[in-house]
Write a protein that binds this ligand. Structure first.
Ligand code: ADP
Ligand code: ZN
Length: 614
């Protein structure tokens, strides 16, 4: 079979995506090959398909047990024999798997890097023909990367011990120039073909909001997206627990994940999410590495992460199946302080000398600033992200909040002067809320207690809506015309430039979403409701999709695999639109291969049939 036949027969797809074809051909020609492609681009096929065509076994090196399990599960479902060797196996299972491997039962074997140079494994590898070593998540070899794994350095050691050098291929989604160079050097690749595809994920919608009440906004979002799978990232464990508990009490199907939970609870919760038993995961950034769940329809950030790298990685867990998905960041000024605290107290840097530590902190602060700008920019958000990673965008993507909003320039000089004046008059002693309440003329116990009702600016901006006051406050911080102390009190302070505002030397102009636009959008948001975001399904198609989804869950339960491994959302959507009535029709649906058809094609056909003629 050639690569095109394999693609159709086992994976059920008609065409390769751009880079896939080139990468596969390069590997098949025996050349070392590196693929740098964003999440969801389809890296796995690039080594899985050649693995089925080459003489000998392909070893796939992967850092995470969950990843291996997922990929091997997918391959087995597609009718391809594959196995994994890692510490999750008992001694017995391990030897059995090795025995089968020796008999040549598996064209593809996933191995944890630390296994490679163990005695038993080496003995096996030296006496078998290894056609290729494919290094997944290859950025783990680099100390520049975010997830350096020392065990990845064993890969080269292992390859050198083999009687015949196999083809070496490496794949990753994150590669700045340093990381890329490290991959080539450390893995000692020979004249490799290196292919980088763009980082853009055009199916992802990006948005930023700074609502008064974050919790209410998130809740509202979930109400508008019932049954959809999503992740809510929070900055701290405490917030994870609070948000998860509140949502649970309000009846949402949520679970939680953070490093403070027991191994057992983490495993359980992760499975509940992956198997679609609970659609929404509330988690810290400890969650997600190696989660391949393809039908995540939204990633909400309940708080701003510490840098764009983290943000894009986390947000990128949405929409791996290529269907529309949403990434929305809910920002509040407090997030900057929380992150600054993380930077100042970073335990990972304890071993560095003082000078290096200061440099690292400086770099982290700069990254945080760029992240904060993302929350305030009025430009195309996708453009901002791509430029951050060194690519050129198009200035207009048409699928982010800013591209879909009309802006106007608003002169906020008077508002700014009132706020800064108030800070000065109270001798820089209070936090953001007290200042804003004062200029807005709130009559609360706290204001009276601090005697802010006697402040000369009290009530001066009573006519300006609070959300606008907050916007201006954020903007003043961003421009460093005011600053907020980096401690739990978060006191608003003047800066060297604050004087400019008081003297009124320069007009202060902010670009803001048009008023009517804002109201209209909010209304639209409230109305918008669809089970599969982005895709237009007619009512009948939607009904069929729901039925197919139920059948998929049933089969997943029987097979003990996550539902998305049976068929992706994309495949089910395509099935609801095409409504195949026979085998040939079913095989036309993208994602239905022959093996899967044999296994459960008829049950899906029957389901389509029932829906058409009930
Ligand atoms: P990555 O490892 O790059 O994040 P995956 O290998 O998990 O991406 O692939 C992402 C999704 O795209 C999977 O659901 C996969 O089946 C699908 N896919 C891969 N290649 C193709 C293709 N040529 N046509 C259609 N879908 C594809
Ligand atoms: Zn845009």
């Amino acid at each position: 079979m050639n690569q095109y036949e394999i693609l159709k027969k086992y994976f059920g797809y008609d065409n390769f995506r751009d880079a896939q074809e080139t990468l596969i051909e390069s590997i098949l020609s025996g050349r070392d090959t590196v693929g740098i492609m964003p999440t969801g681009a389809g890296k796995s096929l690039c080594f899985q398909i050649p693995a089925l065509m080459m003489e000998g076994i392909t070893l796939v090196i992967s850092p995470l047990i969950s990843l291996m399990k997922d990929q091997v599960g997918s391959l087995n479902q597609a009718g391809i024999h594959a196995a994994y060797l890692n510490s999750s196996l008992t001694m017995n299972q391990y030897y059995k798997a090795l025995e089968f491997a020796r008999q040549g039962r598996y064209p593809i074997i996933y191995v944890a890097p630390e296994r490679l140079v163990t005695e038993e494994f080496l003995d096996f590898a030296i006496h078998t023909r290894i056609a290729m070593v494919a290094v997944d998540e290859a950025h783990c070899v680099s100390q520049w990367g975010q997830d350096f794994r020392p065990s990845y350095l064993k890969i080269v050691e292992f390859i050198e011990l083999l009687p015949q050098r196999p083809v070496v291929s490496a794949f990753t989604a994150t590669a700045t120039k340093e990381v890329r160079d490290d991959i080539l050097d450390i893995l000692q690749l020979r004249d490799p073909l290196v292919m980088t595809t763009g980082f853009d994920r055009s199916n992802l919608y990006f948005g930023v909001m700074s609502p008064k009440d974050r919790y209410a906004s998130v809740k509202n979002y979930l109400e508008r997206h019932p049954g959809e799978s999503g992740i809510i990232y929070c900055l701290t464990r405490k917030v994870v627990e609070e948000v998860c508990e509140k949502l649970r009490q309000e009846g949402f199907g949520v679970t939680r994940y953070h490093a403070g939970l027991s191994d057992q609870e983490r495993r359980q919760n992760q499975d509940d999410f992956i198997y679609d038993r609970l659609p929404v995961m509330v988690a810290t950034n400890a969650f997600g590495m190696g989660i391949d769940k393809s039908n995540v329809r939204f990633v909400l950030h309940y708080g701003m992460p510490k840098n764009m790298e983290s943000y894009y990685q986390e947000a990128g867990r949405a929409g791996r199946d290529g269907e529309a998905a949403e990434c929305i960041l809910f920002y509040a000024g407090q997030d900057v302080i929380t992150n600054q605290f993380f930077i100042d107290n970073n335990q990972d840097n304890q071993e560095l000398d003082a000078l290096t530590r200061a440099l690292v902190q400086e770099r982290d602060r700069e990254r945080l600033r760029k992240m904060t700008f993302y929350c305030f920019t009025n430009e195309c958000l996708r453009d901002y992200i791509l430029r951050y990673f060194g690519e050129y965008g198009s200035n207009y993507c048409g699928n982010c909040q800013n591209c879909l909003t009309q802006f106007e320039d608003v002169d906020v000089t008077e508002i700014a002067r009132g706020i800064v004046g108030c800070v000065k008059a109270c001798r820089q002693r209070y936090g953001v809320n007290v200042i804003l309440d004062t200029v807005h003329g709130a009559n609360t116990a706290k204001i009276r207690q601090y005697r802010m009702n006697e402040n000369p600016h009290y009530g001066e901006l009573a006519k300006v809506p609070t959300y606008r006051l907050r916007q201006v406050m954020n903007y003043l911080q961003l421009r460093q015309l005011l600053t907020v102390t980096n401690d739990e009190y978060a006191i608003v302070k003047l800066t060297a430039d604050s004087r400019q505002v008081l003297e009124g030397a320069e007009r202060i102009v902010m670009r803001m979403a048009k008023e009517q636009e804002r109201a209209a959008r909010e209304k639209e948001e409230k109305k918008k409701k669809s089970a599969v975001s982005g895709v237009e399904l007619t009512e009948a198609e939607q009904k069929l999709f729901e039925r197919l989804r139920v059948l998929r869950t049933e089969i997943a339960r029987e097979e003990k695999v996550p539902p998305y491994i049976v068929f992706s959302d994309k495949t089910l959507i395509s099935m609801s639109k095409i409504r195949p009535c026979d085998k040939a029709g079913m095989l036309k649906v993208s994602g239905v291969g022959e093996f899967k058809y044999e296994k459960y094609g008829e049950r899906f056909l029957a389901c389509v049939g029932e829906e058409i003629s009930p």
